[in-house]
Design a protein. Structure first.
Length: 317
């Protein structure tokens, strides 16, 4: 798909939009910014994101308003053309063509698009999309990696959003359109292409943010540290323990344990087990290594202990 073909596809009205347009035309009172905050409901992943996928793109229906809602996934909103009005945590915001907003889990928001040129792209991402290996590819992107860490591990307490003034940044527009072309017209390796483009997109967003806005955030240093710690455990899962990890980051072991628990809601050992079991599952699917050798490779010395852990975290043996 070329950018021109993408443009044509996005600008073509579907049946629902044609009907919405007719209703708006016949009911002038609906043209303004209605009261989409009258209701507040919660969207679950399974009701919004198709089964078996971790990232989902769709166009927001034009000539419509979406009632105030929250959800358990992370959302990226991109204005392809025109504009849209949002109310995020009771604050009115107008987004213009080329701008991006990333919403944390549990953020209350609503959205309105009034005109035919108001083309808005929704990108919905499950928490599982941001596994530690993905976060490790955001190395150096402290703004977004820390944002995602908190969205994943502290969704109940961390209901935030970031608005990027990206309308004049051509590189970002090119990357975003490339993602949409790959997604809406998939070919060989399109899933990997989309994932790789997303890393580039997040990197471009960080550049924009650092150029235009001061990065001020409470406990930001702790958020940056926890990202580095998670990446470290992902790559040193075989030999890491609390003492050696604390020494690597020049922390007291007790302090590191508290930091991880307070920041992620999980204990050090829970995160270490998760990293090891992820590697086990990958090796089980892709190799014929005997299970006894496999568990030693990921850091477990006792097969009976491994089975206990596997059953606890995976639900079966």
């Amino acid at each position: 798909m070329t950018f021109s073909e993408l443009d044509l596809q996005l600008k073509t009205l579907n049946e629902n939009e044609i009907e919405n347009k007719r209703i708006k035309k016949n009911c002038p009172s609906l043209k303004g910014f209605e009261n989409p905050t009258l209701f507040d409901f919660f969207l679950l992943d399974e009701h919004t994101i198709p089964a078996g996928v971790n990232i989902f793109f769709s166009t927001h229906p034009r000539f419509s308003s979406t009632a105030s809602h929250r959800h358990a996934f992370i959302e990226l909103i991109y204005v392809y053309s025109g504009s849209c009005q949002q109310i995020i945590n009771d604050q009115k915001i107008t987004m213009h063509a080329g701008e991006i907003c990333i919403l944390d889990t549990n953020v209350k928001h609503s959205i309105v698009t009034n005109a035919e040129e108001d083309i808005v792209i929704n990108c919905l991402m499950r928490k599982s999309y941001f596994d530690v290996s993905f976060l490790s590819r955001l190395s150096g992107n402290d703004l977004l990696s820390s944002f995602f860490v908190h969205a994943i591990f502290q969704s109940k307490d961390y209901n935030n959003y970031i608005l990027f003034p990206s309308s004049t940044h051509d590189n970002l527009q090119h990357v975003m359109k490339s993602i949409l072309c790959e997604y809406f017209d998939p070919g060989l390796c399109s899933a990997e292409m989309v994932n790789s483009y997303m890393i580039v997109l997040f990197s471009e967003l960080l550049r924009i943010y650092k150029k235009t806005l001061p990065i001020v955030s409470s406990a930001s240093s702790n958020r940056e540290q926890i990202t580095d710690i998670l990446v470290y455990l992902q790559t040193h899962y075989q030999t890491a323990d609390l003492s050696s990890t604390a020494a690597h980051f020049n922390f007291n072991a007790s302090y590191l344990s508290r930091l991880i628990k307070q920041t992620t809601g999980k204990s050090f050992i829970e995160i270490l087990h998760a990293a090891r079991l992820k590697r086990v599952c990958l090796l089980l699917e892709t190799t014929e290594i005997p299970i006894e050798n496999l568990i030693r490779e990921v850091g477990y010395a006792n097969i009976h202990y491994f089975y206990q852990i596997f059953k606890k975290y995976e639900g079966s043996t």
